[in-house]
Design a protein around this ligand. Sequence first.
Ligand code: CA
Length: 485
Amino acid sequence: MMQYFEWYLPNNGLFWDRCVVQADKLLENGINMLWLPPAYKGATGKDSVGYDVYDTYDLGEFDQRGSVATKYGTRDAYLNAVQTLQNKGIEVLVDIVLNHMTGADELEEVVAVENNPENREEDISEPEKRTVWTKYTFPGRAGKYSDFTWNYTHFNGTDWDEEHQQFGIFLFDGKAWNSETDSEFANFDYLMGTDLDMENPETVEAVTNWGKWYLDTVRPNGFRIDAVKHIRFEFYRDWLKVLREHYGYDFFAVGEYWSSEIDKLTHYLDVVEDSMSLFDVPLHFSFQDCSYSNGAYDMRQLLENTLVKLKPENAVTFVDNHDTQPGQSLFSFIPTWFKPIAYALILLRSQGLPCVFYGDYYGIPNDNIPPVPTLKKLIYLRKKYAYGEQEDYFDDDSVVGFVRRGDDEHENSGMAVLMTNAECGSKIMNIGQKFAGRQFYNVIDLTNAPVTIDEEGNGEFFVDGGSVSVWVNENVYRDICLNIE
Ligand code: CA
């Protein structure tokens, strides 16, 4: 799977067409699922990455927020891209943002209390009249697809009082923040914009109707769900059930619960009854801790307290994303030298569904960040050769590894992987007796001498400092050399 966008893509409206153009290459390389960015009109129009949701029914079709097309293109180009990708054999995950909306069309007068941003249960003002942007009428769309319009009763709060020109967290009179949500700041229901009140049946009905329309219109293979920790936990359990029934297909869904605390993720999965997967955020932070430790991090801990270790069936593993890249809200970018290690770990092991970041695959021109070297090799290795029984050798504080012993269905499959965040080292690992007498080559550094497997199936593999080595037999080595630039 690949997250097929980064924050700073050009605003030229050609992105959906680019997806079509790249499809064959991606498939050939081993990408069989793309997560596409939010496709509906944001408050900042064609400059919007898609998370400042304005009108979820406007997929680049109506002259709203300053443009017809979104940053990525028109509705027609979007529908064409989804269909073309699917026809070629690539599944499409669409990005669902239902926590908040912004860019309302009209002001309304409400009574609201201001909350302490650090403790959302604490009022720091009396109920006062405030003027807020909460009325969404979508004049540019004029009722096409849905005549539903939004007003303040569908939300429970916002962060801008127009009349007093004041920022703050304003909770509307008669409302409470939804619960259960993430417990940071006492209740982290509120994130930004106008916050959808998922305890109001009209709001739930509106987003349910929209979800059905979206499925029927776009026909995606699944959802990537934004900001789940800010939405009443039980909402998606119920919503996904209704939509899956409507669609007649138990589609895949993965949620973004941004927390390094594994207990919060497993608790959320319990509440939603495992109806979705989650991104393995704790693993991302393990990568970060490890890569910034100057070699002090104990490599045996790398997978401890991660989702992929504790609930692998629900784990979507990743290294970076559009929020962690430089300049973005959750900036925690994994350094270049560590990226091949992290990608080898998520791509070549059997647990978890790995998600490759567009910015790592193509680079991020905005920040002069080049593509991650070896990433294409690792994806290709996953597709063709990372099969069979896995045995871990997480038995040393700096050099750890694992083997995949290969299986009969995938010719030449099997590999030994060794990694370190510190100095070079070696380790004896058993790749299986069927490889006795064979020579294994490191496809990451083609200059390394081969390792001969002894009659028990053991080899003493080695790895350079601060890197990963992936040892494969001569046929795989040749395949990689011939087919991956
Ligand atoms: Ca919320």
